[in-house]
Design a protein around this ligand. Structure first.
Ligand code: HEC
Length: 145
């Protein structure tokens, strides 16, 4: 009987915890969507970085909903008309949502990580964000995936 009661109590505790984990509210330790102060953007093009970025772009593990970036972005035109303009540029309703006139490429990646990927932004300066940004700069300049 005690075991049943204990199991029930643990289950009741777990429900709000799992609802919290699924919510899209920012975590205290979550990286910001916008570049942190003093961030040094360094995305030198190299074939290994571009190849790793392409792999991440196709990786469903990056999301919590089974999507990869490539689920929505199937070719260079799928990023919207603004993507062709050099960064930073006005994007993703940035003024209303983030209070900024323009966004950098690494920042719009973070918007898609949080929104459509239902995940958290990548760590600033991480190999993942660096490779992904390097890959998308290549897509932007070449017009091909
Ligand atoms: C559920 C669909 C979906 C997924 C998944 C998704 N995106 Fe997006 N993305 C969008 C939409 C919608 C836009 C806005 C397009 C527009 O402005 O017309 C966008 C815009 C962009 C832009 C261009 C922003 C600009 O105007 O300069 C980039 C770059 C981008 N996404 C990268 C990514 C990356 C990287 C991932 C994976 C981490 C990703 N997206 C995942 C839907 C998605």
């Amino acid at each position: 009987m005690n075991l049943v009661r204990t199991t029930f109590c643990i289950a009741m505790l777990a429900i709000p915890l799992s609802i919290h984990a699924q919510s899209n509210a920012p975590r205290m330790d979550e990286p910001s969507v916008l570049r942190p102060a003093g961030y040094k953007a360094r995305y030198p093009a190299s074939k290994p970085a571009i190849d790793r970025g392409r792999q991440l772009f196709n990786d469903t593990q990056l999301s919590t909903n089974g999507r990869a970036c490539a689920s929505c972005h199937v070719d260079a035109s799928s990023f919207g008309a603004g993507f062709k303009q050099p960064y930073p540029h006005a994007a993703m309703n940035s003024k209303a949502r983030f209070g900024v006139d323009t966004m950098n490429l690494d920042e719009v990646i973070q918007v898609c990580m949080k929104g459509p990927m239902r995940s958290v932004p990548l760590e600033w300066g991480s190999p993942e964000l660096t490779d992904m940004t390097t890959y998308l700069l290549k897509v932007q300049s070449s017009g091909t995936m």
